[in-house]
Design a protein around this ligand. Structure first.
Ligand SMILES: [Zn+2]
Length: 229
């Protein structure tokens, strides 16, 4: 079942580790099958180097295992909440990558300070609101997904492909697992640059709107001209 998607999810998890975004097994990638709505996700706690296609776990929208002998990632219900709330998401990535997590732990959204960020998205990388003790003691993982979706309200956040979970780390998404990994890699670089920029010049102002708009439109707009046609 879903052999192609399982291979894509495995490859994306391996790529995430190869890109240096995960320590031990602190990261996971999933992919959603658009026609069935089923989600393929990394198994919990299995080292990346030892993972095979057979280890990938297929779950339904409620998190029930449909196929696979392994336990799915502990973050499965967060991934599922994101697929439910984000139109067009076909891949979700979670990491504790150092630079993005530093911003999450400092409880700071990442402002748009340069064109590297503007090429990724038009707005800041938002930070989730604090979670209540009821949310944490109850359905923690699903509540985390809802907190991420809540952080995305507002017109400036249209097209933002990542959120920092306060005190935790980033969740990223895109149309496919591979593209979601690319977002995670870009976010980590953006987070590193932003931290170094603020360290050099704490009074740095955000990039002018007209430059942000130009970078977004040339890469993602209807008349995009970035890359090869
Ligand atoms: Zn985590």
């Amino acid at each position: 079942m879903l052999g192609e998607l399982k291979a894509a999810v495995l490859a994306a998890n391996v790529e995430l580790a190869a890109a240096g975004l995960v320590t031990l097994t602190w990261g996971n990638v999933s992919g959603r099958d658009a026609s069935s709505g089923l989600v393929v996700i990394k198994p919990s706690g299995v080292p990346y180097a030892a993972m095979t296609v057979e280890d990938m776990v297929v779950v339904d929208g409620e998190g029930n295992v449909v196929e696979g002998a392994r336990k799915p990632s502990t973050d499965t219900l967060t991934h599922l909440a994101l697929y439910q709330g984000l139109r067009g998401a076909g891949g979700v990535v979670h990491t504790h990558s150092t630079w993005a997590t530093a911003w999450a732990q400092a409880n700071r959204a990442i402002p748009v300070l340069g064109t590297t960020h503007a090429d990724l998205c038009p707005g800041e990388i938002p930070l989730t609101a604090p979670m209540t003790s009821e949310e944490v003691r109850g359905g923690y993982e699903r509540a985390t997904g809802i907190a991420i979706l809540s952080a995305l309200t507002g017109p400036a956040l249209e097209g933002v492909p990542a959120v920092l979970v306060r005190g935790h780390g980033p969740f990223c998404w895109a149309a496919s697992p591979a593209e979601a990994v690319e977002v995670a890699v870009t976010l980590e670089e953006v987070a590193k640059m932003a931290w170094l920029t603020v360290a050099l010049e704490p009074g740095t102002v955000t990039l002018a709107d007209h430059i942000v708009e130009r970078h977004i439109s040339r890469k993602h707009g209807p008349d995009a001209y970035y890359g090869q046609s």
